[in-house]
Write a protein that binds this ligand. Sequence first.
Ligand SMILES: Cc1ncc(COP(=O)(O)O)c(C=O)c1O
Length: 460
Amino acid sequence: MSEASNSLSQSDKRNVLHPYTNISSHNEAGPTIITKGEGIHVYDDSGKKYIEGLAGLWCTSLGFNNNKLVEASQKAMRQLPFYHTFGSKSHPSAINLAEKLIAIAPTPMSKVFFANSGSEANDTAVKIIWYINNERGKTNKKKIIARNKGYHGVTLMTAGLTGLPNNHRDFDLPLNGILHTDCPHYYRYGETDESEEQFATRCADNLRKLILHEGPDTIAAFFAEPVIGAGGVIPPPKTYFKKIQNILNEYDILFVADEVICGFGRTGNMFGTETYELKPDMITLAKALSSGYLPISALLISEDIFNSIELESKKIGIFGHGYTYGGHPVACAVALETLSIYDEMDIIRHVQEVSPTLQNGLKKLTMHPLVGEARGVGLLGAIELVKNKETKEPFDIGVGVGGLLAGRMQVNGLISRAMGDSLAFAPPLIITVSQIDEILAILAQSLDETLKILIERGLK
Ligand SMILES: Cc1ncc(COP(=O)(O)O)c(C=O)c1O
């Protein structure tokens, strides 16, 4: 490590509070400092090259040096470096982007509200749901149901919706009025002799029980990612969403599809909503909307919802919500360019062509003594590590087997994230078949090394 990078590392430890990090271990080990990106690769400050197996945080769909996006941002920055959409102001890139998103929306949508992050888009969805239910006289219909292991963000409301214990613990969350229902992970929660379809029925029955227990006139909305992402990449079991949506319709409960990870090709269609035949009332988008190059998110709302917002804002005198940087002109211009590159490249066809290599390769790894399950769809996949493949018994949490494997992978030049004992893969969508093979080879080697370490420590 050079003196300069050494001092950067020290400065990081002195000055940066890192999200999703064990702060105490970080103070010992220090940061991995990434200084450059190129295609699907990033480089650290010693020049070491890594494949970014998670596209950063599931976002850099077009890789790390797309020049057209750089040029689009420079042009927009010179033209109009800031403007907003408060108080009836507007600007061309927000208008054009909204028009494009409405045109490509997977189900009929009426309006687009811009924000800066997935959390803000989901938070806005909750606020709008409360706002319109007040307009509709359903003043008790305010509770929101999400799922265990679902991920919807980290703001006060969305961290509560997120169904992961570490997002709640000691943050005094969730807030009142948030409920969680089953995680639809068949491998983990399906019972012996229960088919995937029967498991889906049980999840739907449990949702109905929860709604009836709370009172249907108190439940406003249900949030779900088409494929659970940060909870460990969990595609829905067969027939799941059909059964869930029937219940939501029955009890007049709005459905918010969180497409923050699935949107823009990740599952092999433009939206996860298409892959799983969803009929959401609202859709949230972020990440690959701008290939992660600038912060931008969008909430798409149906005509019905828009009509209620209009009535309520007329009554109050204003729709009192908005973020200073929502619909930032430079971010909108980059998002527009991103969408145009997807069209030019026919990104959906590309994902459909290359993704079987990833999915089949992960499936093959279930032969490995550590891999209990491989799962995924499109360019979104995971493997789950288990202590005992017969019984699916997991390793003790203290072993940190996922982190161990992620560590080996990083040494071997592949960055990804452990979600508990699952390792997730969501590479840039521009990845080629031979690059996917490289990921699989590094993963196989790292699995062998992890197994060796576990055996040496008497843990396997
Ligand atoms: C499905 C989903 N929703 C919401 C979010 C929150 O987005 P952000 O981190 O931009 O607030 C994420 C982030 O990973 C996500 O994966």
